[in-house]
Design a protein around this ligand. Sequence first.
Ligand code: BV8
Length: 240
Amino acid sequence: MEKLKPESSIVILTGAGISKESGLDTFRDVGGVWSKFRLEDVATPEGFARDPQRVHEFYNARRRNLLDPEVKPNRAHDALARLEQEWPGEVLLVTQNIDDLHERAGSRNLIHMHGELFKVRSLYTHRVLEWQEDLTLETLCPDTGRPGGLRPHVVWFGEMPLEMERIYEALSNCTLFMSIGTSGTVYPAANFVYEAHQSGAYTVELNLEPSNGATFFQSHRHGPATEVVPVFVDEVLARR
Ligand code: BV8
């Protein structure tokens, strides 16, 4: 990786793998979330319409798990927050994760393209609310006082991810694209490396093992995120 101009911008994409060493399950690894639940039942609008209580229980369990004091940011989250603070140009962190570990590590210029576990949305008013409690069919919507009117503020399959315009704008202007802890299975996130490459960015995959999109990257660092991410962040900062 040649010297990066100080004003150059960096886009980082993260997935469930970056939170694995914080104790949160990934989706497609052995024993992952989709080996315990059918995606169609708990992460689609159709599944929610069919059995909303089952979807509430799925996200209630994940919300409770994220509230566990043992679950906290790891060295990879911390390294990305340090990169944002110390890099002279813009650093945009786009995460597919719905946990709040990037915020807790100090990242600020952050987009949760698949939504957030600690937010819910009113089906009646579409207002987004901070929410850390369990949701049930009896939970009253604070705006209307009516029960059953809240859903997780999470992007399900078939729904449009959030802030896509801002993401594509950043991808078209970045000089470095880092993809961390994602299998490159879910679109449109899995296409970001292609968009970045088209814009002339240097593309690096940092993942436990080669992802589905590994061949699209110019460089690879394979290993646990808590090991490979801090090392790579130091290399980038040394190129200021
Ligand atoms: C949409 C909900 C369009 C939140 C999730 C082509 C183009 C566009 C769409 C599609 C397309 N082809 C198919 C589609 C449809 C679909 C899709 O991609 N399906 C897949 C299954 C083929 N996409 C969509 O539906 C998206 N919407 O395109 O809308 C549209 C257009 C117009 C109008 C309306 C709509 C919506 C996608 C979002 C779905 N929601 N989750 C939640 O419950 O969490 S996706 C889910 O997968 C999570 O968000 C998760 O983050 C995401 C991606 O998974 P990963 O993060 O990559 O996790 P995974 O387990 O797969 O991999 C972990 C990796 O980490 C592994 O590689 C592993 O090796 C590594 N790892 C493990 N341990 C470590 C590690 N790495 C480092 N260190 C470690 N210690």
